[in-house]
Every structure is written in C-alpha cells, then in structure tokens.
Design a protein around this ligand. Sequence first.
Ligand code: PLP
Length: 294
Amino acid sequence: MTVLVFLDPAFPEGRPADASVPQLMATDLGATRGDGIFESMLAVDGRARKMAAHLDRLASSARALDLEPPARSAWERAVATALTELEVQEGPGEAVVKLLLTRGVDGEDSPTAWVAASAVPAGTRERTAAGVSVLLLDRGYDSTLAERAPWLLLGAKTLSYAVNMAALRYAKANGADDVIFTSADGKVLEGPTSSVILAVEEDGVKMLLTPELESGILPGTTQRALFDAAEAAGWARGYGPLEPAHLMEADAVWLVSSIRLLAPVTSIDGTPIRSSPELTAELTGLLLGALTED
Ligand code: PLP
C-alpha cells in the first residue's frame, strides 16, 4: 500500500489522503507538463535516512525551476506522519519515501506538495546484489552543456523521468539490466536512477572516483555519504572527467542510489569487467554505518 500525506497550511502535521482514489487535479502542471521535482529516500523502521541531504537537494532543484518549496519543517512533519501511518498499516521495515512538488494547478500559482510512502518491494536489493550488466547509452549532450544552458535543468531532480525510464526499457530489451549514460564528448555521466562510482588502487592507496558534478549529473546523496564515510576510513576520493576506459580498467564499478545502495556492475556492453565482493562488502558496511548515524 501507499500512504499519502499532502502538505497543506491548514494541517500542520500534513493532510493524510487515500492513495486508492484520485487526489490530483487533472490540470496539475506536474501531470500535464512534468513541471515539478521530487526526491526518493530510504526509511528504516520509521526513520528517513539522509533526510537533510535530500531536503538540500530538493531546495536546489526548486531553485533551478523557480519553485518555492514548502518549509523543511513542513516536509519533516509530513514524512513523520506518513511513516507513522505506514508502520501502523504494515509494521516496521524499510520504506521508500517520495517527496513531490509540482508547479500546481494550471493558472493558480500555488505549488502542490505531497509525501508518498510505501514498503520497499521485496527483493529490490537482492536482485542487484549479484551484479548488474549495463549498456553505455548516449545522452546526447556534451559534458560542458550544464553550465551553458541552465534552462535544461541538468542536475535538478525533475519529474520528467520519461527519458530515464525509456533508457532502462531499451537496456532490458537488449538483454542488459541497467544503463550508464555517456555524454556526446564521450564522458561517463550517471545511471538513469543512480550515480556511478569506481574503485582503483594506486601505489597502495585505495581511491573512489565519480564523475564531476559540472558534467550535468544529479548530485547523488548516496555517493556523497559513501565518499565521506570512505574518506574517514582511509580511502582517497577523486572526481572525473571519466571515460568508459576508466570503467573497464577499474578494480570495481558500482551503481549507487538511496534505495538499492551499492549494485556492483559486472559487465559493460557485454564485456565482463572486474568486480570485487570484498570491496562491495567493505563499502556497503561503511555506507550502512553512515546511514545509521545520520
Ligand atoms: N542520478 C540519478 C539520475 C538519479 O535518479 C538518482 C536517484 O534516483 C541518483 C543519481 C542517485 O541519487 P541518490 O543517491 O540521492 O538516491
């Protein structure tokens, strides 16, 4: 089941709503134009993980779209209301919590905001734990476009995910599990719903690398939490530009995101790459430790 809680000034703790009946106006610009933003975060036993990082990113996406987001405290209270209700309905466990904000009903100049919480579907992490095969797919723009063209909203988490979903369907139709997007100038970007991380060891120093944010990728909250935790444990960190050759030569490559955590990549365009269950276990441990403290 999905628990819905709308942010509504008349309801300080949020206004619960029935997800099994229509709740949005058909003229909401989020529905008609994909004109809005969202966040997707993990909650464990009623506590959202990395909430501050998700609210920071929501605020930055809102700025990119000239949207006025509700106060952080309003989101926090609505999330608490949703998670309490989900726990009453389904008991403790892991949940996906989505924060959604649209430009609102056409002509009304008032954003629509709500929280949707549901249990993490069984097997979500198990399906990727053994490794994912990926295709490199061209995203069609070069890695310097984000700064030149802010209207493209690169780096904002907008509701317009149709392209990301189409890329995943294309991969599945072609025998792969997931996707790593590349830029027109041949740089590694991100997955449709994940950040890309790779591990290398140089002169005895273990290092995590990820593409640079300036390339127009979404700033991943999981990547950030993992880099901070790994650095505290003695790893070095580095940022792109990265090219497919870096992936092929790495000690290990992962797709990382809030719900799936670390998914090891085992092949790229049909070519097996190196992976390391030991490194996956070590980094998953560091990430889980950081998430529990958060
Ligand atoms: N990049 C994209 C395009 C995403 O959609 C996501 C998450 O859905 C990520 C990266 C990973 O972000 P996070 O680690 O904050 O879940």
